[in-house]
Design a protein around this ligand. Structure first.
Ligand code: ADP
Length: 407
């Protein structure tokens, strides 16, 4: 609404700004060039030939010349498109324009606080140096804003409000991630160094064998972490392929992976009666379902049972992996998808897990427009459901939703 009310004044301001920001020669050149384009060529060419003029090499090579008012309109449009909140004031500190992002602040608590700071900042201008302030809003949501105001050539000012909360959060996550990786790799590599040192000069054959085996295990742990990290980064940055993927084959690969982890756990699949073919990234789906099944086996006791079911309805394709294993405490359920999060660090020693498997699963689901759901009870088992939108199903495959025993 304010934009509508200020519209005329704003365009006027932008036009003045467009002129004053250019050298006098440039402003003059704009006017005369406009005359050249509109009248000079028109005068020289009949209308039908004018169209041709614009397609000649020289016309295509040089950018179109615009009138100051056109530039003002384009500038206003451009300022409206950017995500930063921008407010423009005239020389008397009267607001003459706010872009869309700044409009969102109108009538909000944050807007009132920011407005107060900007009023003070406008008075702080002594020369051409911009004035900057960081403002923390306690929220919720907690926000960190950087406010900058700068004098302009016509005596007015421009204030830019930059919400840096997300950037700070990502920076903190990145630092956390690097710390975690360093820690995860330092543990096995450190153990290898200590064991190798202890081996030096060791004569007892059984001790040598035991220590060598531990070195191999620790080396595998480090390689496992590196492999999972590479897989995760491939999934995060690599986009999503559009292969025609048979879900039955994905499940079969996951069953084989589960069985290889522990033969004492029974792994069975109950697939939907019709083959389900989806347009998806084959490698990512194999990785996601494989991780769920591997976990189900890893966190089951010998003699336990793991079941995989696939089903499809109008809205979703679901791959469910259920086990009767140790389960996950309620308080950890919402954190298990975080990178490197493990419920109980002491269980890691037994399973050799990297803490990255479920982060991979969640990424694959999100990449395909789906999600992962988990239900678990300690001591009773866990059920994970990878849910993908039915729109991924190859056209003539839709509709089947009954399950039958497959393997
Ligand atoms: P990890 O490599 O440690 O298995 P994941 O990211 O795959 O890492 O899983 C994170 C944590 O969630 C695991 O350390 C484990 O504590 C818990 N978890 C995952 N799947 C299961 C499951 N099926 N049963 C019990 N706990 C599980």
């Amino acid at each position: 609404m304010i934009v509508a009310l200020l519209g005329g004044a704003t365009i006027g301001w932008f036009a003045r700004a467009a002129r004053s920001s250019a050298s006098p020669g440039f402003a003059g050149e704009l006017e005369s060039e406009r005359t050249t384009v509109e009248t000079g060529e028109r005068a020289a060419e009949p209308p039908s030939e004018r169209a041709d003029v614009s397609t000649t090499a020289s016309a295509a090579d040089s950018p179109p010349r615009l009138h100051a008012d056109d530039i003002a309109g384009a500038l206003q449009h451009a300022v409206d498109q950017i995500e930063l909140a921008v407010i423009i004031y005239d020389a008397k500190h009267v607001e003459v324009h706010r872009n869309r992002a700044a409009m969102a602040l109108v009538g909000t608590h944050a807007g009132v606080i920011v407005g107060g700071h900007l009023d003070e900042m406008l008075l702080e201008h002594t020369g051409t140096e911009p004035v900057e302030r960081s403002v923390e809003l306690h929220g919720p949501p907690r926000q960190e804003l950087v406010l900058r105001s700068a004098r302009m050539v016509d005596g007015g000012s421009v204030a830019i409000i930059d919400d840096v909360s997300e950037r700070k959060r990502v920076d903190a996550m990145r630092t956390d991630f690097v710390t975690n990786i360093s820690h995860e790799l330092k543990t096995p590599v450190g153990a290898i160094a200590v064991l190798a040192d202890a081996l030096d000069g060791e004569r007892d054959l059984s001790t040598i064998e035991r220590m060598s085996q531990r070195i191999v295990d620790e080396a595998h742990r480090a390689v496992g972490t590196i492999d999972d990290l590479l897989e995760l980064s491939r999934i995060e940055v690599g986009g999503v392929g559009s292969d025609v993927v048979d879900l039955g084959e994905v499940v079969a690969a996951a069953v084989a992976r589960g069985r290889a982890v522990d033969h004492a756990v029974s792994v069975t699949a109950l697939n939907s009666p019709e083959p389900i073919q989806v347009i998806a990234d084959r490698r990512q789906l194999v990785s996601a379902v494989g991780n769920l099944v591997e976990n189900a086996v890893k966190y089951s006791d010998g003699g336990g049972e793991v079941q995989i079911r696939t089903r499809i309805d109008d809205r979703n394709i679901e791959v469910m992996v259920a086990d009767e294993g140790v389960g996950i405490p309620q308080r950890d359920l919402y954190r298990v998808f975080e990178r490197f999060y493990r419920v109980d660090r002491s269980r890691r020693r037994e399973t050799g897990g990297t803490g990255l498997g479920l982060a991979i699963v969640r990424h694959v689901a999100t990449n395909h427009g789906g999600d992962v759901i988990v239900e678990s009870a300690e001591g009773e088992g866990s059920t994970f459901v990878l849910r993908l939108p039915a729109s991924l199903v190859v056209e003539d495959q839709r509709g089947a939703n009954v399950t039958k025993e497959d393997a």
